[in-house]
Design a protein around this ligand. Structure first.
Ligand SMILES: [Fe+2]
Length: 360
């Protein structure tokens, strides 16, 4: 590994950008990725598999994603790192073995739809259990922050420090069970290190966001980062809200569109069209609002560099009216065009608008 501290001093590029070049895999920079399954990957020496970095513009350098593939019947090299990582399985079936330096190994089996996280700096190795198709996975990591700060790849990828406060090596600590925390976020936080299938998980009612939305928040392995799963029905749309940078929205079902705009830029909204396996990220404190004029419920995973277990972000309540100090625009306060456009979109796409408060 090269000397990143030396290579990045007084460079126009960030240490993280130089690290990416050294890794030798594609690095995509986009506002939206239309289909994560179609993204072209390159060989990654670090794991022996295929991979690409995806740096979404809306992430603003707070976090990144890596899309990886394991060949049919294949396995990747064991790795460990001083950045956090949350993994979602986009396609295929396999297993991950984890262990602390010198400790016992534990193996977790997963499939398409599984969400989990390898605890900070644990060794882990990924396997494809099928001989017929590749595994494709996406991970959210906070490597941009860690690499820029430490600028020493030997420390980041080869440190023997064991975070026993996060994972002591016990079989029951990782990949087992889960529970709702009744005291947190009105009971919508599910704490677990492993969710077997996000397509099969029923999220909780979250009426504050409107549109018959349901959301469950996930906290895992004492990470700073977290995730959530949301679903809302066809013919409906949610209220606009805003927060910090880096919430990676991965669409699991449905087709529709979202508006994203900066405060004061109501007439200058950016529109993204999404479908199954699209990914986009609302930029820092941009308002964003999701619309489902399609035929099926819209279900998505959001992978985020902050969570609710550790209070590291200045988070306003995104389910509270902005007039009352929150970070949400109520339906009655939204730009009148928004509903007109939605009705037109439903007509075009054949869905029945079902927004009771507007009479349609
Ligand atoms: Fe959001």
């Amino acid at each position: 590994m090269g000397n990143l501290n030396e290579a990045s001093a007084f460079s126009q590029k960030s240490p993280y950008e130089i690290y990416q070049e050294w890794e030798g895999i594609p690095a995509y920079k986009d506002f939206i990725v239309p289909d994560l399954l179609k993204l072209e990957l390159g060989h990654w020496d670090r794991t022996g598999g295929k991979a690409a970095f995806v740096n979404m513009e809306g992430a603003g350098g707070t976090c990144d994603t890596i899309v990886e593939e394991i060949a049919p019947g294949g396995q990747l090299k064991p790795v460990r790192h001083m950045y956090e990582k949350a993994v979602f399985i986009l396609q295929g079936q396999g297993a991950t073995t984890i262990w602390n330096e010198g400790g016992r190994k534990h193996t977790l089996e997963w499939q398409r739809g599984s969400l989990f996280s390898t605890p900070l700096n644990t060794w882990h190795q990924n396997f494809n259990a099928q001989g017929s198709e590749p595994v494709r996975m996406i991970s959210l990591t906070d490597a941009p922050v860690i690499v820029n700060r430490y600028r020493n790849l030997d420390y980041i990828f080869n440190s023997s420090f064991v975070f026993t406060d996060r994972y002591s090596g016990g079989a029951d600590e990782w990949g087992k069970g889960g529970r709702y925390l009744p005291e947190v976020k009105r009971g919508r936080v599910w704490e677990s290190n492993f969710i077997a299938d996000l397509w099969g998980f029923q999220p909780k009612d979250y009426k504050e966001r409107g549109g018959d939305n349901r959301t469950t928040l996930f906290e895992f392995v004492d990470n700073t980062m977290s995730a959530h799963l949301s679903e809302f029905p066809a013919g409906k749309y949610k209220k606009a809200h805003r927060h910090g940078a880096g919430a990676h929205i991965v669409m699991l079902t449905g087709s529709g569109y979202s508006f994203l705009w900066e405060q004061g830029q109501d007439r200058n909204k950016k529109r993204v069209e999404w479908g199954r396996m699209s990914m986009f990220v609302p930029p820092m404190q941009w308002w964003h609002q999701h619309f489902n004029p399609g035929a099926a419920p819209a279900r998505y995973l959001a992978l985020k560099p902050w969570g609710f277990k550790f209070n590291v972000e200045d988070l306003r309540d995104t389910g509270e009216d902005v007039k009352k100090g929150g970070a949400q625009i109520e339906y009655e306060d939204q730009d009148a065009e928004i509903h007109k456009i939605f009705v037109r979109e439903c007509e075009t796409r054949g869905a029945q608008p079902r927004m009771a408060m507007f009479g349609t």
